[in-house]
Design a protein around this ligand. Structure first.
Ligand SMILES: *Cc1c(COP(=O)(O)O)cnc(C)c1O
Length: 219
C-alpha cells in the first residue's frame, strides 16, 4: 500500500474530533511529499537539525510540530516557524521557549508532556507537578507561550487494559484542568501506531503516527 493510500485509510477511520499528525522523523522528503500530495499538512519531527533541514526544503504551508526531547539551547532554531511543541517537560523549558518567542514576536502553542508510562527513562511532568504549575498562575507571565493541552505516551506493553488505564488517566486530567483553570485547553495528544485505536476511544484529539503511515524507520 502507498503512503497516500495509508493516509486515506487512517483518515477514514478517525472520528471528526481527532486529527492526524504524520510523524516523519527519519523518513526522507520524498515520503513526506507523498503524504503532502494526499492532502496531509500536519507533520512532526523529534530532532531539531532534521526538522530545520526539512522545513527549509518542503512546502511552506506544512504545519510542523515538535515531539522529541527539546534542549534549551536549540529552542531558538525552531521558534520562528513551529506550530505546536508537544514535548514541554519542564517549567524551565517553557520559560526558554517564551523568551525566544518574544524575540520573534510569536506566541507558541505548547503542550505539557505528562509521564504516565511505567518506563523510567521517559521525560515529562507527573500529574501532581503539572497540576501545581497549571494552578499556580505562573503561566500568566509567560505571554509568548500558550499552553493548550497535554501530551502523553503509554507504556511499552501488550497489556491493553494497562494502556487503556494510562490514556484514561491522561484524559481525566485533561478534562479536569480544562473545566477548572485551563478553559483554553484544546489538544489531548495521545496515540501512536501501536495504540492509537485505544487513544481514540479515550478521547485523543490528535494521534501521532509514523510507522502506520510511512513503514519502519531506517536509522
Ligand atoms: C516516534 C514517535 C511517534 C510515532 O511513533 P510510531 O510508533 O512510528 O507511530 C509518536 N510520538 C512520539 C513522541 C514519537 O517520538
Amino acid at each position: 500500500m502507498s503512503v497516500a493510500q495509508r493516509i486515506n485509510e487512517i483518515k477514514n477511520e478517525l472520528p471528526a474530533s481527532t486529527r492526524l499528525l504524520a510523524v516523519s522523523k527519519f523518513h526522507p522528503a520524498e515520503a513526506i511529499m507523498e503524504a503532502y500530495e494526499a492532502g496531509q499538512r500536519l507533520f512532526a519531527e523529534s530532532h531539531v537539525q532534521e526538522l530545520m533541514r526539512k522545513q527549509e526544503q518542503l512546502p511552506s504551508d506544512i504545519e510542523w510540530h515538535f515531539i522529541g526531547h527539546l534542549q534549551s539551547n536549540k529552542v531558538k532554531y525552531i521558534v520562528p516557524f513551529i506550530s505546536l511543541i508537544h514535548s514541554v517537560d519542564t517549567e524551565k523549558l517553557l520559560e526558554v521557549i517564551n523568551a525566544q518567542a518574544q524575540k520573534c514576536d510569536r506566541v507558541i502553542p505548547c503542550l505539557l508532556e505528562i509521564h504516565v508510562a511505567q518506563e523510567e527513562t521517559k521525560y515529562g511532568f507527573d500529574f501532581s507537578s503539572a497540576k501545581e504549575l497549571l494552578e499556580s498562575g505562573r503561566l500568566g507571565v509567560l505571554k509568548n507561550v500558550s499552553v493548550v493541552g497535554i501530551m502523553g505516551m503509554s507504556s511499552v506493553t501488550d497489556d491493553v487494559s494497562q494502556i487503556k488505564r494510562e490514556f484514561a488517566s491522561l484524559s481525566a486530567f485533561y478534562h479536569s484542568m480544562k473545566e477548572s483553570v485551563m478553559p483554553q485547553f484544546r489538544e489531548l495528544s495521545m496515540g501512536m501506531s501501536g495504540d492509537y485505536h485505544i487513544a481514540i476511544e479515550e478521547g485523543s484529539t490528535m494521534v501521532r503516527l509514523g510507522t502506520t503511515i510511512f513503514g519502519e524507520r531506517q536509522y
